[in-house]
Design a protein around this ligand. Structure first.
Ligand SMILES: Cc1cc2nc3c(=O)[nH]c(=O)nc-3n(C[C@H](O)[C@H](O)[C@H](O)COP(=O)(O)OP(=O)(O)OC[C@H]3O[C@@H](n4cnc5c(N)ncnc54)[C@H](O)[C@@H]3O)c2cc1C
Length: 414
């Protein structure tokens, strides 16, 4: 666009998306000032290891941090940690932080992420009840991991499942309680849910689906989880992973469009042309799925939207867009998923779930690939992602035939 001149960029938030915005702005030649204000007391870091190698202790904080303070300084970024942006004044083009300082901007990037949904039952505030969003949360949870202790995980989403896997590896006695009839119900198809339920049961997790939690018991510390059928599961610790809520207060307080996320266009621009919103806090057009928009909770989305915002601020061409993609690590199983399976008419399984190496291809009524879930199957993921990006029709019988390589399918189709 480049029709307004930008000398001062302010970024509200200092996570995955914010860091990429800085990188892309500088790589694109932006020589003006960048101020990055982040609520947490630590340098910007990546969250995926918090439920994986960081939680298990295999990875230290140094490897989780995305940009140490020196790197930020080298890039000419004024980093303001442990400080929240609390108000946005669009008329004056300033934001005010929790220390009372005002920061003027020509372009503002809101990269405020999300916060965890809280469990709203009696006892939810007892000690020993954990959530997982920040390094501090992961440090607190790690202290609970010890062989022989009992962990109840409430919520069968990716976070709950990944924590269950790490806790089992640590020798804990793990029960996972999910209110819906299957795990991962919000994000994937029944076949993949069934695979993960079986995987966790085989690894010794007691998986209880279609089961609600009515109360947490204990005096000072949690000692049990009461289910909706009246049973009480004894617990030494509880991990709650029941979803996140986008941080949109700043935007709604300044009358920007908000609808389960800050509403942005294809350039990550909000309803104010000098304000952008990127990452978990934004709801964006899903360009590979005509007419749809939505909020994506993934590293890929955070990075892609950061690049879009930086390009728009610098007046550079819009970078190419990939279909949404995501990964999850549990035990020896790596899931890589591309696309969105909602609205799929047919699922083709390639390979064998029993071998822990297979892919589920989700097709629409015209045999266009909408999504792929690849379990320990990188070629299926890579080729599937390309097919989704191109919106091409595929022959279902080929996808299901292991004697035809993915390379061949790509050569025949792309
Ligand atoms: C445990 C865990 C595991 C995950 N695993 C995966 C995975 O395997 N693969 C994957 O693709 N994704 C994964 N994700 C999701 C991924 O980490 C997020 O989608 C990504 O971090 C979003 O980036 P973001 O910059 O939008 O938000 P964040 O990284 O959350 O950064 C936002 C930052 O802004 C700060 N902030 C909020 N409000 C304000 C304010 N008003 N002023 C100043 N600062 C503010 C927040 O404190 C936070 O530090 C995982 C997430 C978690 C929590």
């Amino acid at each position: 666009m480049g029709t307004f001149s930008v000398n001062k960029v302010v970024i509200a938030g200092a996570g995955q998306a914010a860091v990429q915005a800085v990188t892309s702005l500088r790589a694109g030649g932006f020589a003006g000032s960048v101020t990055m204000i982040g609520a947490e007391p630590v340098p910007p870091y990546q969250r995926p290891p918090l439920s994986k190698a960081y939680l298990s202790g295999a990875m230290g904080l140094d490897r989780v941090v995305l940009k140490p303070l020196e790197a930020l300084a080298d890039e000419g970024v004024t980093f303001v940690p442990a400080t929240k942006v609390v108000t946005l004044n669009r008329q004056d083009r300033t934001v005010t932080d929790s220390a009372g300082h005002a920061h003027a901007y020509d372009a503002l990037i809101i990269a405020s992420g999300s916060h965890v949904r809280q469990l709203s039952v009696e006892g939810a505030d007892l000690a020993g009840v954990h959530y997982l969003r920040t390094v501090a949360d992961a440090d607190g949870l790690r202290e609970e991991l010890a062989a022989g202790r009992r962990l109840v995980v409430i919520g069968g989403g990716y976070i709950g499942l990944e924590v269950a896997a790490i806790a089992r590896k640590a020798g804990m006695d793990v029960t996972l309680v999910e209110a819906l009839p299957r795990v991962l119900a919000r994000v994937t198809t029944p076949q993949i849910s069934a695979f993960y339920e079986e995987l966790h049961r085989n690894e010794g997790v007691a998986v209880m689906t279609g089961t609600g939690v009515v109360r947490l018991t204990g005096n000072d510390r949690v000692d049990g989880v009461m289910l909706d059928d009246g049973r009480v599961l004894p617990a030494d610790a509880v991990l709650v992973g029941i979803g996140i809520i986008p941080n949109t207060d700043l935007a709604s307080g300044a009358d920007l469009d908000v609808d389960n996320g800050i509403v942005v266009d294809e350039d990550a621009r909000t309803s104010d042309r000098q304000i952008f919103a990127i990452g978990d806090c934004a709801t964006r057009p899903l360009v590979h799925y005509q007419g749809r928009r939505g909020r994506l909770e993934s590293v890929h989305n955070a990075l892609e939207q950061a690049k879009l915002a930086a390009a728009a601020i610098l007046g550079l061409p819009r970078p190419p867009l990939e279909p949404p993609w995501f990964w999850s690590d549990q035990y020896d199983v790596k899931l890589q998923t591309a696309g969105l399976s909602g609205g799929s008419q047919r699922t083709i399984i390639r390979g064998s779930p029993a071998d822990r190496r297979f892919a589920a291809f989700h097709l629409d009524g015209d045999n266009r690939l909408l999504a792929v879930d690849a379990i320990n199957a990188p070629p299926e993921f890579v080729v599937g992602k390309q097919l989704i990006a191109r919106g091409l029709k595929v022959a279902p019988e080929k996808l299901g035939d292991m004697s035809i390589s993915m390379k061949q399918i790509a050569a025949d189709t792309l």
